[in-house]
Write a protein that binds this ligand. Structure first.
Ligand code: ADQ
Length: 460
């Protein structure tokens, strides 16, 4: 059997301190695949050194081997904070208004991808399958080819692929997309992002796309398909059944004192539509005064990417907005929004999801959104809660029985909350069963198998 080499910006392999318990589903799933395939996880250590050395730090814990490198501060500024998070992240989430186009970002991005390629190439053996993850490393495949790597290499994009008309605002967009053709398999979260990619290939590169997913540009053929990522359903079920989750569930239920909890769990990011969500909830309070005091919104959103100014701005505006709404509507014994700026472990989250009657997950654009799937997996089958989900999250294409809403419309968010509160139990159960079946069957193990099978089948 071939070995699997996973390459991503950061490595989330298990650590000797046992931090594995707090890992996300993706880390758990990829670690399981690496154990099965005797593979290696390569990426940036998260640390910086004055001058790049290419020294690799190897580690092996819990059956998973990892190899990490340190980067220079300039690399981190230009590649990570710059091109990845200030250019590609906003652009791929349809926010060209926030995307910064700066030549130094582009050259830093290329340089770090080259550094990744040079350091990982000697670790790759002839039969290995190589799986590159996410927007940080789009050109890595072509740089590995330049280093002489002939292995099968796959790429999976965790975030949306933007429409061609937006992508063409990126200087050197053609170069970026052409570099993708060095892969054998390109995976997207949904058919929608795949279509945008195919459309770009046809319009801008003059290529054509076969019905079986093969894309032809010049003499290159690549397989491109949608592989929707799932959660580690079994692991999450264990988290839900754990004493930690029971405790978290009771803690929230007791503090709710008979009121309904509406939960939101997100990284603090503009793509998650938090301000629009707060405004939609405010509209609900405005239009439904009989409901005030009977429910509250628990929004869990730990800060992310503090080095990027936009994140500081969004943090300040949400502090202000939640404060204003609380000021407008709070009573001595009731606060409408509990806004919590800290992260929680899997068991706590599982317990909070279970205690919440409604999940309000309204990203403006999201590759998939695993929180929606976790919420479904955490519900009591006999008395499940209701998922209100943005139609612009990749997950909406699978979770069709959620209450799908337009996150840009306050009225739509408000109406969805009202509908959820009035939903009869039979309907809740029916909708939940349909969603749970998808979440359980198309879990992260299924996702990983679909992708790795396609990569194994691909022939250079
Ligand atoms: P993210 O944008 O990080 O991921 P998401 O899929 O919602 O978004 O969450 C990933 C994980 O982080 C989940 O397991 C969730 O529980 C955890 N998480 C999120 N907010 C948290 C919080 N406040 N506290 C604790 N844990 C939290 C990117 C893409 C998504 C895609 C994933 C996986 O943007 O669209 O679903 O990758 O491919």
């Amino acid at each position: 059997m071939s070995r699997l080499i996973v390459i991503s910006n950061r490595v989330a392999a298990p650590t000797p301190q046992g931090e594995g318990g707090a890992q996300g589903g993706l880390a758990v799933a990829l670690s399981a695949a690496l154990r099965e395939y005797q593979g290696l996880w390569f990426g940036w250590s998260g640390k910086t050194v004055e001058e790049f050395t290419g020294d690799i730090e190897f580690a092996r814990h819990d059956g998973v081997s990892s190899a990490t490198i340190d980067l220079e501060p300039q690399d981190v500024d230009e590649y990570y904070n710059g091109y990845a998070n200030r250019t590609l992240w906003p652009l791929f989430h349809y926010r060209i208004d926030l995307a910064e186009y700066d030549r130094s970002f582009g050259s830093g991005y290329e340089r770090v991808n080259e550094r990744f390629a040079e350091t990982v190439a000697p670790l790759i053996e002839p039969d290995d399958l190589v799986w590159v993850h996410d927007y940080h490393l789009i050109p890595l495949g072509s740089q590995l080819r330049e280093s002489g790597i002939r292995n099968r290499i796959g790429f999976f994009l965790h975030i949306p692929w933007p429409p061609a008309r937006l992508l063409t605002s990126l200087p050197a967009h053609e170069r970026l997309v052409l570099s993708l053709l060095a892969y054998d398999v390109i995976g997207f979260q949904t058919a929608e992002w795949l279509e945008s990619f195919q459309n770009y290939v046809e319009r801008e590169l003059g290529g054509h796309c076969d019905a079986d997913g093969t894309i032809h540009v010049g003499d290159r053929s690549v397989h491109a398909a949608a592989y929707p990522i799932g959660i580690d359903y079994k692991e999450f079920q264990q988290a839900v059944a754990s004493p930690g989750a029971h405790e978290a569930c009771s803690r929230l239920t007791e503090s709710a004192a008979g009121r309904h909890t509406i939960i939101g769990v997100d990284r603090l990011d503009y793509s998650k539509g938090l301000a629009e969500r707060f405004e939609g909830y405010r509209r609900f309070l405005e239009d439904n005064d009989h409901c005030r005091g009977k429910l509250f919104l628990l929004q869990i959103a730990p800060p992310s990417r503090g080095e990027v100014d936009t994140y500081e701005t969004i943090r300040e505006s949400l502090d202000e907005l939640s404060g204003r709404i609380n000021g407008e509507y709070a009573e001595v014994d009731w606060v409408p929004i509990r806004y919590v700026n800290q992260g929680y472990g899997r068991e706590d989250l599982a317990g909070f999801y279970r205690a919440a009657k409604i999940a309000l997950i309204t990203p403006l654009r999201d590759g998939m959104n695993l929180v929606a799937k976790e919420y479904v997996a955490a519900q009591d089958p006999d008395d499940p809660g209701i998922l209100i989900l943005s139609r612009f999250a990749g997950a909406a294409l699978q979770l069709k029985e959620a209450l799908l809403c337009n996150p840009y419309s306050k009225e739509d968010i408000s109406d969805s909350i009202r509908r959820a509160l009035a939903m009869p139990k039979e309907e809740r159960i029916r909708r939940w069963r349909a969603m749970n079946e998808v979440v359980e069957k198309q879990d992260v193990v299924w996702w990983r198998k679909c992708f790795v099978d396609a990569l194994e089948r691909s022939r250079r």
